[in-house]
Structure formats: structure tokens, C-alpha cells
Design a protein around this ligand. Structure first.
Ligand code: FAD
Length: 373
């Protein structure tokens, strides 16, 4: 079976990898737009502390977190070991004990269902600073050991290389769908028509440009995120836990003396690929408020990414009945590095016509349109 994957951020890279491992003939087409969400993502993989209570959201988020160890093993089998993945744990931090009590209760309840949550412990402010030295002196924590972080760029590249080791081919350029009698027959890239039995559309925030000429309206919009990389010379940050304050901001550490702090969530930004004064101020203010010890860090880089934000919290995953042969995987919003590898594996199953391990009805790509009518 020949399958084209349009877009190779985390979702497309994972889809292509899983398809290629299943023996499909895989063609990856990616434009490498500025602002690819995967290239900017912080990389927190921790659904356990999430404030979102939607069960269908949680199914994909926990599925994503639980799938990582198996994906890491598959990639290792293929000789791909450099993923920036680490089970470093997370600290939910606050100065308010009641707030931490509620978080602790919720995480302990989730642990009953999923032992992958790991150990759950309350830490004094001093204990918390032993794990993350730059932390403010009055912040206590709930420590959850089953949280991870991943480098989206490294994982994306490893998945694409892995797919190629299983025979996939890639093109750089903008893809356009080619249809005949309401069935997809392939895609154009750089004026060349590539035929295929199926096309998986993992084009992130750019998907509407690809689909709307064919009358398919997936309400995905770019939500800009600005995120700052700080270098802490001579500090071993490789085992520092993810820090989750009680806001949408966070701090994530990587192996190379680097702490990533973010991020803005700018709904309505369009594809405006810029670092703004207000964005940078917001990110640094929030980070230094939580971790004043970072103030001497070197500002190494500011990344900008466009999250594919749907009309509600749930991703879009499924076929489009009116256009045979198309599978959509999109709308992963702020959780795509958590869910993306797993969603990619599900999209690969769908494209191959295989049984699904979960019920995907809630993720119907046309649900918002159906609700309106
Ligand atoms: P993208 O990564 O945007 O990839 C889409 C690709 O499709 C692009 O390469 C584009 O060039 C290509 N494309 C589009 N149209 C075409 C076309 N017609 N032809 C060819 N190619 C095309 N998630 C977490 O789980 N944890 C986090 O800590 C986290 N932090 C984040 C921080 C920031 C600042 C941002 C921006 C996002 C964060 N996310 C996080 C969310 C996560 O990064 C995204 O949900 C995820 O990367 C989306 O992946 P994607 O593959 O759907 O889209």
C-alpha cells in the first residue's frame, strides 16, 4: 500500500515511522514552514498534573505518555537513541498549601488507574530547591516521578530517519491534493504528481489551506507560542524536573545546561513569525517570578511556534467520508508533544485500515461542523 504523509512535525513523523514499520510504501512531503510547532515545543510529557478534566482528552494524553517507553524501544531497535527523552519527573509548585492538596489528590486518583504516574510526594520548599536549585524560596511542591520531557526536534528527526530506514522517501515542498471522483489519488509536490492509495494530512496549523479548496473545513488556527532558551554555564541540568506553576507557564531542563521557559499562548496571532517585546517580557517575567535563580542565565534563543489549535480541546483524528482515502490528524494544540507520537501511530492504523485500540468517535474531524448544522 502506498501512502503519502503531508507534514512532518511530530504527528506526521510518527505516522510515517509507524506506516513504514508496517511495510507500507511511504512518501513524506513537508514544506518546513517557519514556526513549525514541533520545532518550538517545550517538550513536557505530563498529563498527570493537567487541569483539563475532559475524559476523551485524557485518553489521548495518558495514551501518549504511556506510549513513549515503547516508542523509545522501537527507535532504539532502529539505531535511533538521541531523542532528548528523559523521565525526569515534575514538580507542581505553589505557595498555597490548599492548592497543592487538590493537585495531590487528583494525581493520586489518576495513579490508581495508571501506575505510570510514578511516586507522588509532597516536598517542602527546601526539598523542592534541592531538585531544582533556581526555584523561589517559598514554593512547596507535589513531586510526580512519572513525568518526562523530550526534545521535539530530536524526536521528529529520529522518527523521519527511522521511517527512511524502513524504506520511506521524503520531498521538500508544498503539497496539494489530487482527487478523482471524490477519492484522493495522490498529491502534487514541486509540479510532480505522486500517486497513492491514501494520504494522511498532518499539516498542523496550515491544514486548512490544503483542505479548503476541496470543501473541507477543519477549524484549526495558528496559536503563536514564544519560548525562551536559557543557558546556565557549568550547571548539570540533565536531571532537573519539569517545573509546573499554577499558570500556563513552565520551566523544562535539558541535558546541555539548558532551561527552556515558556510560553505565550497567543490566540488570533495568525502566522506572524516574530518575537514581540510583550511576548518576551511575559515569558521572562513569569519564569523569573517562579525561579529567580535563573536571572543570571544567558538568553540563548527565542523560538516561535504555531500550535494547531482547534475549536475545542480535542484533537481531530479520523477519515473524511466525503473524500475517500484521506485521514486527518490535527488540532493537538498545546499537547502535541505528549500525544503526537501516539496519535501518529493511530493515524497509521487508520490509513492501513486496521482495527483501532481506542474508540475515536469523539475526535471526528468534522464534529464542529456537524454541531453547527
Ligand atoms: P507541526 O509541528 O506544526 O508540523 C506541521 C508540518 O506540516 C510543518 O512542518 C509544515 O511545514 C507542514 N506542512 C503544512 N502544510 C503543508 C503542505 N501543504 N505541504 C507540505 N508540508 C506542509 N506539546 C506538549 O505536549 N508539551 C509541551 O511542553 C509543548 N510545548 C509547546 C510550546 C510551544 C511554544 C509550542 C508552539 C507548542 C508546544 N506544544 C507542546 C505543542 C506541540 O508542539 C504541538 O501540538 C505539536 O508539535 C503539533 O505537531 P504537528 O505535527 O501537528 O504540527
Amino acid at each position: 500500500m502506498k501512502i503519502i504523509v503531508i507534514g512532518s512535525g511530530i504527528v506526521g513523523a510518527s505516522t510515517a515511522y509507524h506506516l513504514a514499520r508496517k511495510g507500507a510504501e511511504v512518501i513524506i512531503i513537508d514544506k518546513q514552514h517557519e514556526g513549525q510547532a514541533t520545532a518550538a515545543g517545550a517538550g513536557i510529557v505530563c498529563p498527570w498534573i493537567s487541569r483539563v478534566d475532559d475524559q476523551d482528552f485524557y485518553t489521548l494524553a495518558k495514551g501518549g505518555a504511556c506510549y513513549y517507553p515503547s516508542l523509545v524501544s522501537q527507535l532504539e531497535e532502529d539505531g535511533e537513541c538521541n531523542l532528548g527523552y528523559g523521565l525526569v519527573g515534575a514538580l507542581a509548585v505553589s505557595e498555597d498549601e490548599d492548592e497543592l492538596n487538590i493537585i495531590e489528590q487528583k494525581v493520586r486518583a489518576r495513579r490508581k488507574e495508571n501506575p505510570e504516574v510514578g511516586e507522588v510526594r509532597r516536598l517542602s520548599a527546601e526539598e523542592a530547591r534541592q531538585l531544582f536549585p533556581p526555584l523561589r524560596e517559598d514554593l512547596q511542591a507535589v513531586h510526580v516521578t512519572g513525568a518526562a520531557r523530550v526534545d521535539g526536534r530530536l524526536l521528529r528527526d529520529a522518527l523521519i530517519r527511522g521511517a527512511k530506514k524502513h524504506g520511506a522517501h521524503s520531498y521538500t515542498g508544498i503539497a496539494k491534493l489530487e482527487l478523482k471522483n471524490e477519492k484522493v489519488i495522490g498529491a502534487y509536490v514541486n509540479d510532480e504528481l505522486i500517486s497513492a492509495d491514501a494520504v494522511v494530512i498532518t499539516a498542523g496549523a496550515w491544514a486548512p489551506e490544503l483542505l479548503s479548496p476541496h470543501g473541507i473545513d477543519i477549524p484549526v488556527e495558528p496559536q503563536r507560542g514564544q519560548i525562551v532558551h536559557l543557558q546556565l554555564p557549568d550547571q548539570d541540568t540533565s536531571k532537573w524536573p519539569v517545573i509546573l506553576p499554577q499558570s500556563s507557564h513552565y520551566l523544562v531542563s535539558f541535558d546541555d545546561s539548558r532551561v527552556v521557559v515558556g510560553a505565550t499562548r497567543e490566540t488570533g496571532s495568525g502566522f506572524d513569525y516574530r518575537v514581540t517585546a510583550a511576548g518576551l517580557k511575559e515569558v521572562l517575567h513569569e519564569a523569573l517570578h517562579v525561579a529567580p535563580g535563573l536571572s543570571e542565565g544567558t538568553l540563548q534563543e527565542v523560538r516561535i511556534g504555531f500550535r494547531p489549535a482547534g475549536q475545542d480541546i480535542l484533537p481531530y483524528l479520523g477519515p473524511i467520508p466525503a473524500l475517500k482515502g484521506i485521514v486527518i490528524a490535527n488540532g493537538l494544540g498545546a499537547s502535541g508533544l505528549t500525544m503526537g507520537p501516539y496519535v501518529g501511530s493511530l493515524a497509521a492504523n487508520l490509513a492501513m485500515g486496521e482495527d483501532m485500540e481506542i474508540d475515536i468517535t469523539a475526535y471526528n474531524p468534522l464534529r464542529n461542523r456537524l454541531n453547527v448544522n
